[in-house]
Design a protein around this ligand. Structure first.
Ligand code: ADP
Length: 504
């Protein structure tokens, strides 16, 4: 595989996508958490500065007097605490009149600090705005871009006649530096965390997906010729085990279908081979041993019988394939099942008499159903012909039709040889014949009649079952629900059995 192909395969893999998903998730989470934390940190640092400034402002009110237009700081110069406080609040400060003129103290020192000078004096308009509000806050930057938080307000002179403008401030550079440090450190950590996230994602995806790949490899080993293989479950009882079990069940169903098809092909070839061998034998007799017209005629007649059987099988197979492929669409009509059954029973009267078997029918006044006439006739006929075939002279075949609350029940009972319990579960399988029971020669059944009966019952949403006592007789009971309304035939795979021959 080319490099490009390999790359494409990796990028399309679930493992790659899980890893990228992890990385993106971590990235978004970290950036979000970082941004929120940074905002909180900035707010708390600024709040500290504000608190400090508020205290300084209170100190200004306590230590500063304005007398005769001069600013005088009253504090005990010998007290180191007071000196420190006043020195500190005069680090960034201004005392000015309403026109913005900076006041001096009694020694003529201008009441503005260098730091305040650097952020610019306040204009009379700005001072007027401060005069109008009890406290005023603003952030200003000096020429170097260092930000300062300024708290300004007014102070009355000693006579309470004139208001003066006083402002104190503090540099926010420390706060900004802390924030910057935090941002860079955090930004440095993000790639590391994302990298670990990727590695974790890659590792976890590998752990989660390795069993899936193993399942895929195991599934790859299963082919049409070794459908008996199963994927071993891991015993974890997790979703993957559930998937494996489902997969195994699917393989099992496939195996059953394959076996059925295989069995069917074997049965079909076997069925075809017998008449072909017989025809060949008859023709050889005609060609090499027959000397009189009579012998020729007999050989030809026998061959013709086998050809008839051959075409019977071919017709059966055609019907079977039509049933399996769903081409045998049902043509349902509303009809009286009583009349339909009575007609079929009539057709069997003469053969039954010939075989010295009593044919009895018990039926209600009428029995309305919505069914496919041809298929139901075929079903009744198949059951009757079996009953007749397996009932010895002197026996009886009884047909009973009954209206039930939710459908109709048709029972065909005979006093024939019955079926051994071992064979009962198989008699509806196609090509299944109870060994040693059937007649030999052209009358021999194909083992498809009952499978077709079961198929007809099924496509009418009904059922067929059998009760039998060996040596005493059998009873086939067909149930058809009243509202036989389905138009759709089941999928071919649903057809456990098809094809009926007795009628073909
Ligand atoms: P066939 O078309 O060869 O008769 P069926 O599918 O109709 O095949 O029947 C399958 C087998 O079931 C037959 O070979 C026969 O041995 C047994 N069977 C069917 N009906 C009866 C019956 N009424 N009594 C005894 N055995 C029966």
């Amino acid at each position: 595989m080319s490099r490009r192909g390999q790359f494409q395969r990796i990028t399309k893999s679930l493992r790659f996508r899980v890893t990228v998903g992890y990385a993106l998730f971590f990235c978004v989470m970290l950036i979000g958490v970082g941004a929120i934390y940074r905002q909180k940190l900035a707010a708390s640092l600024d709040a500290q500065i504000r608190d400090g400034l508020e205290q300084e402002w209170a100190a200004v009110k306590g230590y500063l007097r304005i007398e005769n237009g001069k600013a005088i700081w009253y504090y005990d110069r010998d007290d180191p605490d007071e000196s420190f406080i006043v020195e500190r609040l005069r680090h960034v400060y201004i005392v000015a009149d309403a026109d913005g003129n900076v006041l001096t103290d009694t020694q003529g020192n201008l009441q503005i600090s260098e730091a305040y000078q650097s952020i610019g004096r306040d204009s009379p308009a700005q001072i007027a705005a401060v005069f109008r509000s009890p406290s005023h806050w603003e952030t200003r930057k000096n020429a170097k871009g260092v930000p300062y938080l300024i708290r300004s307000g007014t102070v009355w002179d000693e006579n309470n006649r004139k208001q003066y403008f006083v402002a104190v401030g503090r540099s926010l550079s420390d706060n900004r530096r802390i924030l910057e440090q935090f941002t860079w450190t955090y930004a440095g950590v993000i790639p590391l965390v994302i990298l670990s996230g990727c590695l974790l994602g890659w590792f976890l995806a590998a752990r989660a997906l390795t069993p899936v790949l193993e399942v895929a490899q195991a599934a790859n080993r299963i082919t049409g010729s070794n459908l008996s293989l199963r994927i071993p479950t891991r015993g974890a009882g997790d979703e993957l085990d559930y998937l494996i079990e489902t997969f195994n069940r699917m393989i099992e169903r496939l195996e059953n279908s394959f076996n059925q098809i295989r069995q069917f092909s074997t049965d079909v070839s076997h069925e075809l081979r017998t008449p072909i061998t017989a025809i060949r034998g008859q023709l050889e007799v005609a060609l090499f041993t027959a000397s009189s017209v009579e012998q020729y005629r007999e050989a030809m007649l026998n061959a013709l019988q086998d050809v008839e059987r051959l075409s019977q099988i071919v017709r059966a197979l055609l019907l079977l394939s039509q049933a399996e492929s769903g081409q045998l669409a049902l043509q349902k009509t509303r009809l009286d099942l009583r009349r339909l059954v009575a007609d079929v029973v009539d057709q069997f009267q003469i053969p039954c008499e010939g075989a010295h078997v009593r044919l009895v029918a018990e039926m209600p006044e009428e029995c309305p159903v919505e069914v496919d006439r041809i298929q139901i006739e075929r079903m009744v006929s198949n059951l009757l012909s079996n009953a007749l075939k397996f009932t010895p002279a002197g026996g009886e075949v009884r047909v009973t039709l009954r209206n039930e609350t939710d459908g109709v029940e048709l029972a065909i009972e005979d006093t024939g040889c019955g079926i051994e319990p071992d064979h009962l579960p198989h008699i509806f399988d196609r090509f299944y014949r109870v060994p040693g029971r059937d007649a030999s020669g052209p009358e021999r059944g194909l083992g498809l009649g009952l499978s077709f009966v079961a198929w007809i019952a099924k496509v009418h949403q009904g059922s067929v079952r059998v009760e039998s006592t060996p040596g005493k007789g059998s009873r086939f009971i067909v149930f058809l629900p009243v509202s036989v309304t389905a138009e759709v035939l089941p999928e071919p795979s649903d057809l456990a059995v098809p094809s009926g021959m007795n009628e073909l």
